[in-house]
Write a protein that binds this ligand. Structure first.
Ligand code: PEP
Ligand code: MN
Length: 263
C-alpha cells in the first residue's frame, strides 16, 4: 500500500486547513517536551507568528535513562489542548503504547510514533485501526525498506494517513547525535507516495546545524520539517542542546520561504 508502483500519485494528508505532501511545505515546530502552561502557549504563539503550521510538544517522552524527565504525561496533553485553543495550531505528539493510543488518540491531531517504537508491530497494528494521521519516525538503525514495511503495518489495518520522518541514523560518526540521511528522502519519494518530512534537530543534536540542515532537506524535496524550538534552550528539560530559539526559527522560516513552496 505504501508502494508507488501501485499508487503513482503523491498522498496528500489534510489536517485542518493544512496539508502534508501537497504543494505546501509542512512545518511542525515546538519544544521537545511540554514543560508548563506558560511555556507551551508562549512557544505555540511564537512559532505560529513565524509561520509554522503545526505545534509539536512531547507529553510522553521515550528517554534513554529511566531517571531522566519522562514528560508531563496526561497533564502535558491537557496543556497541548490549551495551546491548540489559543493558537488554532494542530498538535503533534508522541504516544508510546497501545494503551495511550486508545486513551488519547482523539485529542491529538497527528500521532507521532517515535524512532524507538518504529518496529513495535503491535503498536503499529493498533495505529492502523484508527483514522488519525500517524507521523512515523525512522528507527535509529532502520533501513529505508524497514521504515516502509512499518508504514505498511499501519496501512494494512486501513489507516493510510502515514507521514514518514527521516531523523538521522546511527553511524560510526560521533560528532553529531545521528547522521542525517538526506538521500533517504530521495529514495523514499521514489519508492513511495507517502509524504516525507525531516527532523534536523534529532539528526544533528546540535542547534547551530538545524537551519542549514533544514534548508538542505527542503532543497532535496522533503515535504516538511519537524524542528525543536525552545525559549530558553539552556534550561530545557529535554534536548536543549539541539533546540533553536524562536527568533532563529523565525529567520529560518524567512529563508525557507525563499527556497520553497511557502505562500
Ligand atoms: C522527539 O521527537 O522528541 C523524539 C524523541 O524523536 P525520535 O523518536 O526521533 O528520537
Ligand atoms: Mn527531542
Amino acid at each position: 500500500k505504501a508502494n508507488r508502483t501501485f499508487h503513482p500519485e503523491n498522498t496528500v494528508i489534510e489536517v485542518g486547513n493544512q496539508t502534508i505532501g501537497g504543494s505546501q511545505l509542512a512545518i511542525i515546530a515546538g519544544p521537545c517536551s511540554v514543560e508548563s502552561k506558560e511555556q507551551i502557549i508562549n512557544i505555540a504563539q511564537e512559532v505560529k507568528a513565524a509561520g509554522a503550521g503545526f505545534l509539536r510538544g512531547g507529553a510522553f517522552k521515550p528517554r534513554t535513562s529511566p531517571y531522566s524527565f519522562q514528560g508531563m504525561q496526561e497533564e502535558g496533553l491537557e496543556l497541548l489542548q490549551l495551546a491548540r485553543q489559543a493558537t488554532g495550531l494542530p498538535i503533534v505528539t508522541e504516544i508510546m503504547s497501545i494503551k495511550q493510543l486508545e486513551k488519547y488518540s482523539e485529542c491529538i491531531d497527528i500521532i507521532q510514533i517515535g524512532a524507538r517504537n518504529m518496529q513495535n508491530f503491535d503498536l503499529l497494528k493498533a495505529a492502523g485501526q484508527i483514522n488519525k494521521p500517524i507521523l512515523l519516525k525512522r528507527g535509529q538503525s532502520a533501513t529505508i525498506e524497514e521504515l516502509l514495511m512499518s508504514a505498511e503495518y499501519i496501512m494494512a489495518g486501513g489507516n493510510e494517513n502515514v507521514i514518514l520522518c527521516e531523523r538521522g541514523i546511527r553511524t560510526f560518526e560521533t560528532y553529531t547525535r545521528n547522521t542525517l540521511d538526506l538521500s533517504a528522502v530521495l529514495a523514499i519519494k521514489k519508492l513511495s507516495h507517502l509524504p516525507v518530512i525531516v527532523d534536523p534537530s534529532h539528526a544533528a543534536g546540535i542547534w547551530w546545524m538545524v537551519e542549514a540542515l533544514s534548508k538542505a532537506a527542503v532543497a532535496v524535496g522533503a515535504d516538511g520539517l519537524i524542528i525543536e524550538v525552545h525559549q530558553d534552550p539552556s534550561n530545557a528539560k529535554c534536548d536543549g542542546q539541539q533546540s533553536i530559539k524562536p527568533e532563529r526559527f523565525a529567520s529560518l522560516m524567512k529563508s525557507l520561504r525563499e527556497i520553497a513552496r511557502l505562500e
